[in-house]
Design a protein around this ligand. Structure first.
Ligand code: A3P
Length: 286
């Protein structure tokens, strides 16, 4: 698989194939009962997807695991598969659960027009960056990340695929004031998964028994999802899990093993500037 060529839409780096057929994404027709899971890459998307899937299926692991998660919940701006994400979504019967990494300003407008429910998941920038670095190494269809020091600069400049982490998390955070968006944090999911799962359940208008919730907590734990071929991307031809597994570490604060002291200082200074205009705040360590 040759590394993916990139281009830009409104200054946001995206796969070239997406940019070349951008109209198709932009004109996507959402339906009122669509559920959208949105995130910056590596924020805990798959984890959220699996939680949603199990809630929708009343905790039924057998039924919900018939196919890998990426086939059950189309990834809108994915053009590499035999069936591109958009076509996959168009062919799917309702109610649909869809996934996107688009920044809020690039989301197809019909999601707003149809007032679709959206679940957004965000993760602290430092861990998100480290996770993205290892993902770009192991996913041979993504641009080569270069050395860690080089990647650090690319990430800070926002010239990574799907754009700047800062703009992404802030943009979606602001949008939730005017639209039904459930905004989740990776760190709160780690600290109290059951509380978050209950929140998602209520947002979806479901009512599940305590024992079902406990079962979902168990089946969406890192260790169980790591072993589950329906959630660990083990059969994805683009990924080389020998370089770094998709289910890599699943912890808060791994950035401490990666950032130099100088990088951390620089990061903290820039972070403060970028985040000065938002009420959004993150937990970066336990
Ligand atoms: P790490 O690389 O830090 O381990 P995404 O699904 O958005 O691509 O995010 C992937 C990240 O979420 C990876 O982070 C992965 O290990 C972590 N992850 C996936 N499932 C998880 C779970 N059940 N619990 C905790 N972390 C999980």
């Amino acid at each position: 698989i040759p590394p993916r060529e990139v281009s830009q839409v409104d200054g946001i780096v995206l796969e070239k194939n997406i940019c070349n057929t951008w109209d198709k994404v932009w004109n996507f027709q959402a339906k009122p009962d669509d559920l959208l899971i949105a995130s910056y890459p590596k924020a805990g998307t798959t984890w959220t997807q699996e939680i949603v899937d199990l809630i929708q299926n009343n905790g039924d692991i057998e039924n919900s695991r018939r196919a890998p998660i990426q086939l059950r919940q189309p990834f809108l701006e994915w053009f590499r598969r035999v069936t591109p994400g958009i076509d996959q979504a168009n062919a799917m019967s309702s109610p649909r659960t869809l996934k996107t990494h688009l920044p809020v300003q690039l989301l197809p407008p019909s999601f707003w027009e149809k007032n679709c429910k959206i679940i957004y998941v965000a993760r602290n920038a430092k861990d998100n960056m480290v996770s993205y670095y290892y993902f770009q190494k192991m996913n041979k269809a993504l641009p080569e990340p270069g050395s860690w020091d080089e990647y650090f600069e690319t990430f800070m400049s926002g010239k990574v695929m799907w754009g700047s982490w800062f703009d992404h998390v802030k943009g979606w955070w602001k949008k939730k004031d005017s639209h039904p968006i459930l905004y989740l944090f990776y760190e709160e999911m780690m600290k109290d998964p059951k509380r978050v799962i209950r929140k998602v359940m209520e947002f979806l208008g479901k009512n599940l028994k305590e024992e079902v919730l406990d079962k979902i907590v168990y089946n969406t734990s890192f260790d169980v999802m790591k072993k589950n071929p329906m959630t660990n991307y083990i059969n994805d031809p683009e990924m080389n899990h020998n370089l770094s597994p998709f289910m890599r570490k699943g912890v808060i604060g791994d950035w401490k093993n990666q950032f130099t002291e100088a990088q951390n200082k620089r990061f903290n200074e820039e972070y403060e500037k970028h985040m000065a205009d938002t009420s959004l705040s993150f937990c970066m360590e336990l």
